[in-house]
Design a binder for this molecule. Structure first.
Ligand SMILES: O=P(O)(O)OC[C@H]1O[C@H](OP(=O)(O)OP(=O)(O)O)[C@H](O)[C@@H]1O
Ligand SMILES: O=c1cc[nH]c(=O)[nH]1
Ligand SMILES: [Mg+2]
Length: 210
């Protein structure tokens, strides 16, 4: 990857993120947009997957062409909000295994509290993509990636929809080997650790809990 973080500047991504931010966007459309943006992030984050040449018989000739050369992949959404990105990713990567890490932010300290971790048993052999729509202070992403590395994974990417500069800095400092892909880079965090302008609480908007 040439740039870390990679901030997608594609018009489709910008258009969809604008609608996602809108406070008048309801749960159904919000979920659809998260899934679609995840698909576009996936397209960019898989640009370096290795391919191999094969011969395919078309109805008229033999084509020398390329297919993915069988790298094993794992998606690891950070619960809850990361779940919203899984379907979009699996649309493009149907063979990927899915692990889950449950984290929530302590509202006062803003530090992550871990409550669940279940990863594919062969995670150490897989290229891992960690998913969370929001990278705010970066505490959740850093903690999730630390847990995944403890279980042996060596190749890890992090995909978020909106990032704050504070979160990008913290994640890059803690895990400089991790390539980061984001759909939008925002201005700052407010005093409650929310991204400004952001989109509010992603988990609540995906699951309709507020
Ligand atoms: O970068 P950070 O400061 O750690 O903040 C980002 C985290 O906050 C949100 O989760 P939240 O704690 O709201 O849990 P939820 O997904 O269950 O709503 C979000 O989905 C990230 O996981
Ligand atoms: O702005 C924010 C920050 C953390 N988590 C969210 O869902 N939104
Ligand atoms: Mg939340």
């Amino acid at each position: 990857m040439s740039k870390n973080p990679m901030i997608l500047d594609h018009p489709l991504v910008q258009h969809k993120v604008s609608h996602l931010r809108d406070r008048n966007t309801g749960t159904k459309e919000f979920k659809e947009l998260v899934s679609e943006i995840a698909m576009l992030l996936c397209y960019e984050a898989t640009r370096d997957l290795p391919t191999e040449e094969v011969e395919i018989e078309t109805p008229v000739a033999i084509a020398k062409t390329r297919v993915l050369s069988g790298r094993k992949l794992a998606l690891v959404p950070i619960l809850r909000a990361g779940l919203g990105m899984v379907d979009g990713m699996l649309t493009l990567l149907p063979a990927a295994k899915v692990g889950h890490i449950g984290l929530y932010r302590n509202e006062e300290t803003l530090e992550p509290v871990e409550y669940y971790c279940k990863l594919p048993s062969d995670i150490a052999e897989r290229d891992v993509m960690v998913l969370d729509p929001m990278l705010a202070t970066g505490g959740s992403a850093v903690d999730a990636i630390t847990q995944i590395k403890k279980r042996g994974a060596k190749s890890i990417k992090f995909l978020a929809i909106i990032a704050a500069p504070e979160g990008l800095e913290r994640l890059h400092t803690a895990h400089p080997d991790v390539d980061i892909y984001v759909a939008a880079l925002d201005e700052k965090l407010n005093e409650n650790g929310y991204i400004i302008p952001g989109l509010g609480d992603a988990g609540d908007r995906i699951f309709g809990t507020k």
